[in-house]
Design a protein around this ligand. Structure first.
Ligand code: NAD
Length: 296
């Protein structure tokens, strides 16, 4: 049993927090949204009224927040985690944030005498609820070893990607690939359709040929071949366009800072930006297919 503070009980954090409680850990939960704290209480967590209250006696502080500015403010702002946590506590941020922000947070934590790891996740709210997330962890070996048992309670695949920020690097590189491959899959199905193939026929051929990829076989953007895919419920998410766009912005900024060429990543960013600007940020990211078919 570990004493855990959990901060950020939104779409993802609520299920993750519930799974830590289910695994027998003693969790103190905090969110700016009182309703979210109440729901966490219903899953077995102790309600905390402030960050200071949440981190009291905690051995591990887990955060699942929207973006880098929230993470830096919650840990290092006035009355933040670092001002109140016990020395020796591990800071474990599971939010998706910029590589640079994760490295800045880790060095601030180190300067204040704390261990910190970035541990962004792959898998959406269903995986958060089911405890089957993939975690990509960046940070010192000692931080990874300490985090591993509680990550096991929230996830299925836990990877140590290297030093601070490397978890975020793995996450955004993976999601850039996903964004590109989804658009490519939509274009291929649309082309096949316009050339006279129905979606199932093209799927049967391409999913066993060299065009096969996760976007096709697990998340087919054309309705029919993969029944659980959002394409079969008029592209309700799933993984929303706005979320993919956030990750592509992070990838583009990281690529610029690192001097890496990401021509297709930038094209994918433009395509999702266009959908978002036209008011489709809440659509599933495979909704590119609907747009290509003239349905938006
Ligand atoms: P969300 O907006 O549903 O939840 C964020 C929570 O943080 C909210 O409840 C909010 O009230 C709380 N919060 C914000 N500022 C706070 C503060 N200062 N103190 C305490 N609580 C605060 O977001 P989400 O969908 O749960 O996503 C969280 C993170 O996980 C994001 O970085 C996102 O990119 C990443 N992520 C999301 C998904 C997904 O499918 N939703 C998948 C993978 C990764």
């Amino acid at each position: 049993m570990t004493k855990i503070a959990f901060i950020g009980l939104g779409n993802m954090g609520s299920g993750m927090c519930a799974n830590l409680c289910k695994a027998g850990h003693e969790v103190r939960a905090f969110d700016l949204n009182a309703e979210a704290v109440k729901a966490a209480e219903g899953h077995g967590a102790n309600a905390a009224a402030t960050v200071a209250d949440a981190v009291k006696d905690a051995e591990i502080v887990v955060t699942m927040l929207p973006a880098g500015k929230h993470v830096l403010a919650v840990y290092f702002g006035d009355d933040g985690v670092a001002s109140h946590a016990d020395t020796g506590a591990l800071f474990l941020d599971c939010s998706t944030i910029a590589v640079e922000a994760a490295r800045e947070a880790a060095s601030k934590a180190e300067a204040a005498g704390f261990l910190m790891a970035d541990a962004p996740v792959s898998g959406g709210t269903a995986a958060a609820d089911a405890g089957t997330l993939t975690f990509m962890v960046g940070g010192p070996e000692e931080a990874f070893a300490k985090a591993k048992p509680i990550l096991d309670a929230m996830g299925k695949n836990i990877f140590h990607a290297g030093g601070s920020g490397n978890g975020q690097a793995a996450k955004i590189a993976n999601n850039m690939l996903l964004g590109i491959s989804m658009i490519a899959t939509c274009e291929a199905f649309n082309l096949a359709e316009k050339l006279g193939l129905d979606a199932q026929t093209f799927f049967d051929i391409s999913s066993t040929a060299s065009g096969q990829c996760w976007s096709m076989t697990s998340y087919c953007p054309a309705p029919g071949p993969v029944p659980a895919a959002p394409s079969n419920r008029d592209y309700q998410p799933g993984f929303a366009v706005a979320m993919m766009l956030k990750d592509l912005h992070l990838a583009a900024a990281a690529a610029k800072a690192a001097g890496a060429e990401v021509t297709l990543g930038e094209m994918a960013e433009k395509i999702y930006q266009d959908l978002d600007t036209r008011g489709h940020g809440g659509l599933d990211f495979s909704g590119v297919m609907k747009d290509l078919r003239g349905g938006l």
